[in-house]
Design a protein around this ligand. Structure first.
Ligand SMILES: [Zn+2]
Ligand SMILES: [Zn+2]
Ligand SMILES: [Zn+2]
Ligand SMILES: [Zn+2]
Ligand SMILES: [Zn+2]
Ligand SMILES: [Zn+2]
Ligand SMILES: [Zn+2]
Ligand SMILES: [Zn+2]
Length: 336
């Protein structure tokens, strides 16, 4: 099967400020846009500061020194993306924040929730997850929230500019509120928000707009590429390798050319891709501290608490004893 070559892309030279999606490193690209808007360059880089999100002072790391090079990928506790210079750091807690995340506006009047101001917050505990109303990903970084409506947006989705370009469409797209229309990418209707082309019937949900251009997944040894119709030479009926249901040839897919395998975007999308793991916790029901980890088992399995889970969920684990607790039980065992 051949995938479209996307000759319909918006010309990148027309407007140099237009954000072109998809991007591999979503938050960095977005922050570049954000930095232009609020002139991050003009903000003083204090060597040490107290930030609302953390109980200890944070220290600035401004430029990379050779001996600082560390292969380990460290994640920002604000946007849960790999850290990059300049950033602030608390060594005691392994707490990182991009300079741009330190300087995020604490309040936002957002076009997709304009009835109330949204406040920049983070979960009460490091393992408190929220689900972004726009991209549906569960996360433990910063969010813009309206408590009254229980409406939460992650930083990335909240900062998406009002117009973007997407590789799948030849015209720029503008932000819109949710509607009953179907997303041209996934085929689902989008309740919260998305982007539309004023000239055509093309509309995509926030969730589709932010799908990464490639995904690595256990089901295929190669990188899977986000691919858009029209697809040529595809069989009359083609199926998602994962759920085995049919794929609508007019929707976006993830595809591997080498293996000729295709997947629904919803099946391959990682709904826990912005979770920072590694935090430790003492609990009443186990003698050792438990670590916040991601469960990576192929099938449904049972935790020590008796609850079952599907794959790839965040859990707490004592590696030594092979003892595991689900997030719900953690919340209860701390309270008792
Ligand atoms: Zn960040
Ligand atoms: Zn700290
Ligand atoms: Zn989001
Ligand atoms: Zn509200
Ligand atoms: Zn159009
Ligand atoms: Zn599927
Ligand atoms: Zn492959
Ligand atoms: Zn143990």
């Amino acid at each position: 099967m051949k995938c479209g070559e996307n000759e319909n892309e918006v010309d990148k030279s027309t407007d140099p400020n237009l954000l072109h999606l998809p991007v591999t490193d979503g938050s960095l690209e977005l922050f570049r846009h954000f930095a232009k808007q609020i002139n991050l360059e003009d903000i003083d880089r204090e060597a040490e500061l107290i930030h609302w999100s953390h109980e200890h002072p944070l220290i600035l790391f401004d430029v990379q020194k050779d001996d600082d090079i560390n292969d380990e990928i460290m994640l920002c506790d604000g946007c849960v993306q790999p850290i990059s210079f300049p950033f602030y750091f608390c060594a005691q807690c392994n707490y990182f924040l991009h300079f741009s995340c330190v300087n995020l506006p604490v309040e936002l009047q957002h076009p997709i929730h304009h009835e109330h101001l949204m406040e920049l917050r983070r979960g009460i505990k490091f393992y408190t997850l929220f689900r972004c109303a726009a991209c549906f990903i569960h996360q433990n970084g910063f969010f813009y929230g309206c408590e009254k409506c229980e409406f939460f947006l992650d930083v990335k989705c909240a900062l998406l500019p009002s117009s973007i370009a997407h590789q799948a469409h030849k015209h720029p797209l503008v932000q819109m509120k949710g509607s009953k229309d179907l997303c041209s990418g996934s085929g689902f209707n989008f309740s919260t928000s998305g982007f539309k082309c004023d000239e055509c019937k093309f509309k995509i949900s926030h969730s589709s707009a932010q799908l990464p251009p490639t995904i690595k997944h256990g089901w295929d040894k190669h990188l899977l590429t986000l691919s858009y119709p029209p697809f040529s030479d595809h069989p009359d009926e083609f199926h998602c390798e994962m759920c085995e249901d049919e794929i609508n040839p007019h929707r976006w897919i993830y595809h591997c050319r080498d293996c000729d395998q295709s997947f629904h975007t919803k099946c391959i999308k990682d709904y826990y891709s912005y979770v920072k793991y590694g935090g430790k916790l003492e609990v009443n029901c186990h003698p050792h501290p438990l670590t916040f980890v991601r469960m990576v088992r192929k099938r449904t399995s049972y935790y020590s608490c008796g609850h079952a889970s599907d794959i790839y969920r965040p859990i707490f684990e004592c590696g030594e004893c092979n003892y595991t607790l689900c997030l719900k039980c953690i919340t209860l065992s701390i309270l008792t």
